[in-house]
Each structure stands twice: as structure tokens, then as C-alpha cells.
Design a protein around this ligand. Structure first.
Ligand SMILES: C[S@@+](CC[C@H](N)C(=O)[O-])C[C@H]1O[C@@H](n2cnc3c(N)ncnc32)[C@H](O)[C@@H]1O
Length: 803
């Protein structure tokens, strides 16, 4: 049933009887975790140092590293486990982990937060469906659509994608084949995903037409149909550590990045970029972003986080640093090896060389829109120099004096206008001398691999007329034009310096804004994570609540059944606790003891009773002590009689938890007994009065009574006859099959036996001839019927007749 499948998930914190639940739930809600959630500002109770110690233990137990997961998430999950064990002090929990390695497995499971569902955020799936169609239609006919779902938990997301992709493929005349990889860190989740069996509750998430088409029903569960199941391969995989799948059309990685710190997110996104084919789609959770990887992905749906791989060679610089451990036997290893960085790099390099040589021979640099250098052609040292501080690869930061302003403006203009920008006579200061160049910035439109990148070219121009030494200048008298020119040049220089300063300021401001933005984004992610966790907690509470509700309704049903059963037996029953206080009673019991609902909890002896039974207290205590039940007949003041039983009350755990007192009304029994006794006397008198031998037989033809004439005739006595079956009398003279049949018919068919002749040798009186007559005797409604058998000895009559 539901409780056992809940226990089987391994997510259950406590397995308790319904009676023990309230206490545990109250203790849980008063624990540090929920208490902390109730206050607005929550000071982390668990230090970073302690969290790290826990993570080290976790790593040595599971082999998995959670150091790059968001610390707040880690802390909250640790707090939740502390709460489950009602541990207040983090250090105590650390000791607890040392002593109970199994708790590490539970904490590991807790950190994975495997909350999932089919078509989670249905609008997002709708948005993905729209772009998937276009993607699939653009692929060649013989193509295999490949998708990867990292962090697929129990498989719902992978199967959702399989259903959606099938729906897109169904629209095609020659649908390509489909291959989906679902991976997760959690072995149990992967096992569940492989089984493909889901509870009835998925009806809330899956449309009826999909339930019908992609699932079969079995014993209250839904099973994924084989044709869908066969398209998905599930595998254990750590997305951080293991090599990725490659040549993919879609990656659906939802609600996994949200738990990771931003630097880990930034390391994973280039891996996803690398794993996707051109135009491949990346589908993230609603609270996840591509952050600073905008150069790798183009946003297709901002709200529902659908992105397309950008075809840029910029990713050469961000080639995935992971996977770290590549196993030779792994299929994925082969993929990685064949499309490894060196092959790709050299291919791009050749393309670049060709493009640059085709376009221009002068020193040139290929940059992305932010100015990050992708490729350098020719000798550019006269225009660029390494910037101070940490080595950077940005052309704007490396531009020599005089170039930066023009280059920044030209790049901005080129990006905005999408046309080539030419700056004539730009003066660049190199080693104390100024060189004049023509600077051009152009945007690549093709080939595909370099589209969107900028080509910055430095064309050297004829050298300026060298400036005359100051000494000779001073000697010459300046013309007014020269003076004016110098004045203007000075002014221009000042303006340039001011402009540069304000650009610097703006840059700083921009950086600040960017860092604020990042902080905001990370707080936003944190909030979203907390929201997810709260949702998961809420789900857990709802489940517990639903289980409690169902237990309560089961209990109330059982209670009603029991009450009805007890009332229908007409047996007065009183349940007492071990202190002999009333715990529960039946309606019938109120006839013996004056009981009202408010008397529950009161000692039975305080209540007025109709019973004439002084020893009730002593007997009850004795039963509690000896655990031997007690039975006796008790009377009420009005003279009614009851068979009273005092029995120990045993719980299912075999614990004695009180007494059960039952009082069975035996008035009718006594009356019937008296009736039997009375009717017995009546028959006895009749039978004794008749002068023929008479027998009274019961239903089994056993002799209940014989008269004196019978004893005298057959020379026997009552002890030898009464209680025996009639066929066994004497030496079996009465055991005649025909007689047996006739007698056996007398009772059930109300037949009569008339003058049945029996000739036989009797041991004491010799050969005799008898006439038998029998009748059924009914004694009132309650007593069983009997047979009156009269025996007439006709031996002598015959003799007389013969004479
Ligand atoms: C919140 S669930 C999301 C499930 C599903 N993607 C969805 O959105 O419904 C996060 C899943 O990521 C898995 N996970 C966490 N860290 C992982 C890692 N490093 N590699 C692979 N899976 C991971 C967890 O086991 C869990 O099943």
C-alpha cells in the first residue's frame, strides 16, 4: 500500500505507528530547522568549517564532492537532518555522523533533492516543443536525434522529453530515430527511472491523451510503454566529474545548476556547449541562467530558459576542463577523444588563417563583442601590450596609448551598425614614439564558424614628419597658424585625457554594476533554491499530512466498525486502563454502570453501579497482576444475572495496557435451562404412568429416559440404558436397517412409526416379538425435539391367537 511504497523511496524520515506520529511531528516542528525558517533573518548556526568537515566525511563515504554546491543549501539540508534526529548542536551532529555512517547515506540522499515531476512547468515544455520542431525539421533524414538529461532523478524529465520528441517526430514523413540519455548521481533514482513505473498521482501532471498513448496501467500504477522506454538509456553519472555525452541535439538540464555555485555553473556551460551539435538546444530550469556564457548560447525563450548553441569559435578558449576522469571503456570517452580539443583547434586555426589571409594581410586580431581575443595574425606588438596585473586577453585592455579610445568607439559602432568602421590617422604611442595607423573594425558574417566576431586591423601609414627638437623650435618664431594648431592640439589632448578618465570611471562603474548584478543574480538564485526547498518541504509535509488523514479516516472507520460490532453483540463491555479508569464502553454497559461520555478517565469504582459485586476491584487487580482471566456469574440489584469476564487488554506489541470487562446477559439461558428441567419432569411423569415399555430418544437416537416398565420387561436398569444409542442396546437386536431409517425419519420429517414389528432374541428374556410405535415430540420453540418410542411385547398375544 501507500505507506510501504513511501518507505521504499528511502525519503521517509520516520516510520511510526499512527499513535506515535503526533508526538514526533510536534518535536520536529519545534526543532532548529523549522524554528529557524520561521524567523526573518536566519543566522547560520552551522559554520563553514563544520560544513566542510561534513563534506569531507561525505566524500570519503560516497566518493562525491559537494564543495561546489551552494553553502546555504548544504547548511539547510544538514539542519534538516539534525532536526530529524532532534540534534541542536552542529558538533553533535558531526559526532553522530562519525558514529553512524548510514546517516551519511541519508544526508547524501538529502543533498540530492530529487524533487521532480512529469512536464514540470508545462508552459516551459510547450515553449521547448515549438523550437524542437524547427530543429528536427532542419536535420537531415538519416539523422538520429540525440538528447541528454543530466540530473534526471527518477526519470520523469527524460520520459517527458521522449514523449515531446516523439510528438515532433510523428509529424514527419520519415521520422529519424531517437536516443535519449538520462543520467544522475543517485543510484536509487536511476534504478527507479529504469523501472519506469509511476504512481497514480502522475495523472495530475500528464495529459490524459499522453497517459493513454505512452503508459499502460497496472495494479494502480502507470508503466511507461516499451516503445518509449526503449528510446531512453539511463546511467549513473556525475555531471561534474564524468565525461559528457556528445553530438547532442538537446540538453535538458533543469533544476540542477541552481544548487551549484556560480563558478561551477560557469564550468559546466562550456561543456554543454561543447556537447551540443550546431544549433543544438539547451533547456534549463526556470530559475537558472547561462550567466556569463552569453557568447556560447543565444536566448530563444527568456522566460522558459530555452537557448541555442552559438556557432562561435570563442569556445576554443573555454574548452571544457572536465571531464577529469576518462575511462577507456566508456562510449563517451570515444566521443571526447575523437572530437578532442587539438583536432578542433587545428581545424579552426586553418579556417582562421584562410579567412584572414583572404581578407587582409596587415596585423589583425579577431575578437568577440566584448573584446576577448580569439586569434592574432601578424605582429601586433606595436599596437598591443600585455596589461598590468593578472594576464588578460582583452584587446581593449591591451591597446597601447592612443588606440584605446578609438578602438572602443570603433568596435561599438561596428557592432551597432553592422558595417565596417574605418578610423584614419590614429596615433599610437609605442616606445615613446607615435605611429600613425589606419584602424579598421569589421564584423564577420561568414563562414558560419566565425559569424558575429570582429576583425580589428592595424594598417601602418606613412610616418609623420618627425617633430623638431625643442631647441630649434624655440629659436624659430611661431606663425599664428602654428600657434593656433598647437593650442588646439593641447586642448584636444586635455579633452582626450578627460574623456579617457571618464571612460575609466564608467568602466569602473560598469564593473561595479556588473558585480552588483551578479550578486543580485546569485541572491536571486539562492532565493529560488530556498523556494524549491520550501516547495519540497511543503510537498513532504503534504504527503505526511495526506498519510495522516488517510490513517485517521482508516482509524475512524475501524473505530466505527468496532463500536457497531460491540453494540450488535449486546454484550456490555467496559475498557479500563491499568489504573482501572474508564477508557471506553459500549451502550449496553450503561445498563449496569451509570456511565456518561464525561466519565471517561474516571475510576470505575467512583461510579454508581447496579451490580451486587463487591470484589470487582480486588478481582481486577488480581487479573492485572496474574494476567489470568476471571469468569463469574454476577447479579444486579434488580435480580438480573450476567456472566462476567475480566480479561487483560493486550496491545499489538503484546503489552498489557489495561483490562476488558464483559458482561453477558444469561437470563435467557437460565430460563431455557429451567424450561428444559421442567419439561423433563413432565415427560418423566407421563412415561412412568404408561404400562408399556417406553423410551425417550434425542436427535441422535440416544436414550434420554426409560420407564420402569422397560427396565422390568428387558431385565435391565437405567444405568445400562440411559445415554446409550438405541441400536447398541442388548446385543444389537434393535439395529435393524429398516427400523433405523424409519426412526431417523421421525424427527426431520415429522413422520410416525406405527406398529413396526420386530422379532428378535433378547439376552435375558429370550425370543420375542415386539410392535414399535414412535412419535416426534416438540417441547416449545427453544428445546430440541425428541422421539417417544413405545414397545409392545406381542409374543404372547400371537401365541394366544394361535391357540
Ligand atoms: C531537483 S532534482 C531535479 C530533477 C529534474 N531535473 C527536474 O527538474 O525535475 C536534482 C537532481 O540532480 C541530481 N544531481 C545533483 N548533483 C548531481 C551531479 N553532480 N551529477 C548528476 N546529477 C546530480 C540529483 O540526484 C537530483 O536527482
Amino acid at each position: 500500500g501507500t505507506p510501504s511504497s513511501a518507505i521504499a523511496t528511502g525519503l521517509v524520515d520516520y516510520v511510526l505507528s499512527p499513535a506515535a506520529m503526533p508526538e514526533q511531528l510536534i518535536a520536529y516542528t519545534e526543532g532548529p530547522y523549522l524554528k529557524a525558517a520561521g524567523v526573518a533573518v536566519h543566522e547560520p548556526a552551522i559554520s563553514t568549517e563544520l560544513t566542510e568537515k561534513v563534506l569531507v566525511l561525505l566524500r570519503s563515504r560516497t566518493g562525491h564532492d559537494f564543495f561546489f554546491y551552494k553553502s546555504n543549501t548544504l547548511r539547510r539540508r544538514i539542519e534538516r537532518r539534525m532536526n530529524v534526529h532532534l540534534i541542536d548542536e552542529p558538533v553533535q551532529y558531526l559526532y553522530f555522523l562519525h558514529e553512524n555512517p548510514h546517516e551519511l547515506d541519508l544526508l547524501f540522499k538529502e543533498l540530492l533533492i530529487s524533487v521532480t515531476s512529469f512536464f514540470r512547468d508545462p508552459d516551459a515544455w510547450e515553449a521547448l516543443g515549438l523550437v524542437l520542431k524547427d530543429l528536427i525539421q532542419s536535420r537531415p533524414d538519416d539523422h538520429t536525434v540525440r538528447a541528454w538529461v543530466p540530473g534526471c532523478a527518477t526519470g520523469e524529465e527524460a520520459y517527458s522529453l521522449a514523449m515531446l520528441l516523439r510528438e515532433c517526430l510523428d509529424e514527419l514523413q520519415r521520422p529519424p530515430s531517437l536516443q535519449i540519455f538520462g543520467t544522475d548521481l543517485d543510484a536509487e533514482a536511476i534504478e527507479a527511472a529504469r523501472t519506469g513505473r509511476y504512481p497514480d498521482g502522475i495523472r495530475a501532471d500528464v495529459l490524459p491523451r499522453r497517459l493513454e498513448k505512452y503508459f499502460t496501467q497496472d495494479d494502480g500504477t502507470y508503466c511507461i510503454r516499451k516503445e518509449v522506454r526503449d528510446t531512453v538509456i539511463f546511467a549513473l553519472q556525475n555531471v561534474i566529474r564524468d565525461p559528457p555525452f556528445t553530438k547532442l541535439d538537446v540538453i535538458s538540464c533543469r533544476n540542477l545548476l541552481i544548487y551549484m555555485k556560480s563558478d561551477l555553473q560557469e564550468r559546466l556551460l562550456p561543456i554543454f556547449h561543447h556537447a551540443l551539435k550546431p544549433d543544438g538546444l539547451l533547456f534549463l530550469g526556470p530559475s537558472e541562467t547561462i550567466g556569463s556564457s552569453g557568447h556560447l548560447f543565444e536566448t530563444l525563450d527568456k522566460r522558459w530558459k530555452v537557448f541555442r548553441r552559438k556557432e562561435s569559435i570563442a569556445d576554443l578558449h573555454a574548452l571544457p576542463k572536465i571531464p577529469a576522469h576518462v575511462k577507456a571503456s566508456d562510449e563517451r570517452t570515444m566521443d571526447v577523444a575523437h572530437s578532442g580539443p587539438s583536432v578542433k583547434e587545428s581545424r579552426h586555426e586553418t579556417t582562421m588563417e584562410r579567412v584572414l589571409l583572404q581578407q587582409l594581410a596587415p596585423p589583425s586580431v579577431v575578437v568577440n563583442e566584448r573584446g576577448d581575443i580569439i586569434y592574432i595574425h601578424g605582429r601586433t606588438g606595436m599596437y598591443l601590450e600585455p596589461s598590468r596585473g593578472q594576464p588578460r586577453n582583452n584587446i581593449l585592455e591591451m591597446a597601447r596609448e592612443g588606440l584605446q579610445l578609438e578602438l572602443t568607439a570603433a568596435m561599438r559602432q561596428c557592432i551597432a551598425s553592422d558595417t565596417e568602421v574605418v578610423c584614419e590617422r590614429v596615433r599610437v604611442k609605442t616606445n615613446g614614439e607615435f605611429r600613425t595607423i589606419r584602424l579598421t573594425v569589421a564584423k564577420f558574417h561568414e563562414p558560419e564558424t566565425v559569424r558575429g566576431l570582429l576583425l580589428v586591423t592595424f594598417h601602418p601609414m606613412a610616418p609623420d614628419v618627425p617633430e623638431k627638437p625643442e631647441k630649434s623650435t624655440r629659436k624659430r618664431k611661431k606663425t599664428p597658424d602654428a600657434e593656433r594648431t598647437e593650442q588646439l592640439q593641447n586642448e584636444l589632448q586635455r579633452i582626450q585625457e578627460a574623456y579617457r578618465a571618464s571612460v575609466e570611471e564608467m568602466k569602473t562603474l560598469n564593473e561595479e554594476l556588473q558585480s552588483n548584478n551578479e550578486e543580485l543574480q546569485s541572491s536571486n538564485e539562492e532565493l529560488e533554491t530556498s523556494k524549491e526547498e520550501l516547495e519540497s518541504l511543503n510537498e513532504e509535509l503534504t504527503t505526511v499530512n495526506a498519510q495522516l488523514q488517510s490513517k485517521l479516516s482508516e482509524l475512524s472507520q475501524v473505530n466505527d466498525d468496532m463500536q457497531n460490532l460491540l453494540n450488535s453483540t449486546d454484550i456490555a463491555t467496559i475498557f479500563l486502563d491499568t489504573d482501572l479508569n474508564i477508557r471506553r464502553y459500549t451502550a449496553e454497559a450503561t445498563r449496569l454502570v451509570t456511565l456518561r461520555p464525561t466519565d471517561v478517565g474516571r475510576p470505575i469504582f467512583e461510579l454508581a453501579s447496579n451490580l451486587q459485586y463487591e470484589d470487582l476491584a480486588a478481582d481486577s487487580h488480581e487479573v492485572l497482576r496474574t494476567l489470568i482471566r476471571k469468569e463469574s456469574i454476577v447479579h444486579t440489584v434488580s435480580g438480573a444475572s450476567y456472566l462476567m469476564r475480566i480479561v487483560p487488554y493486550r496491545t499489538t506489541e503484546n503489552v498489557i495496557d489495561g483490562l476488558v470487562l464483559t458482561f453477558v446477559d444469561i437470563e435467557r439461558l437460565i430460563r431455557v435451562t429451567r424450561e428444559v428441567e421442567g419439561s423433563g419432569e413432565f415427560f418423566k411423569h407421563i412415561v412412568e404412568t404408561v404400562r408399556h415399555p417406553l423410551l425417550v430418544l434425542d436427535q441422535e437416537l440416544r436414550i434420554v429416559f426409560v420407564n420402569d416398565v422397560f427396565c422390568a420387561t428387558f431385565r435391565t436398569n437405567r444405568d445400562e440404558t440411559q445415554g446409550r444409542v438405541v441400536y447398541d442396546l442388548g446385543n444389537g437386536q434393535w439395529d435393524i436397517p429398516e427400523l433405523r431409517k424409519l426412526l431417523e425419519d421421525v424427527l426431520p420429517e415429522n413422520a410416525a412409526l406405527n406398529d413396526y414389528e420386530v422379532k428378535a432374541d433378547f439376552p435375558t428374556i429370550g425370543r420375542r416379538k415386539m410392535l414399535l410405535n414412535a412419535r416426534r415430540m416438540q417441547r416449545g420453540m427453544t428445546l430440541p425435539a425428541m422421539i417417544l418410542l413405545a414397545i409392545e411385547d406381542t409374543t404372547e398375544d400371537r401365541g394366544r391367537t394361535a391357540e
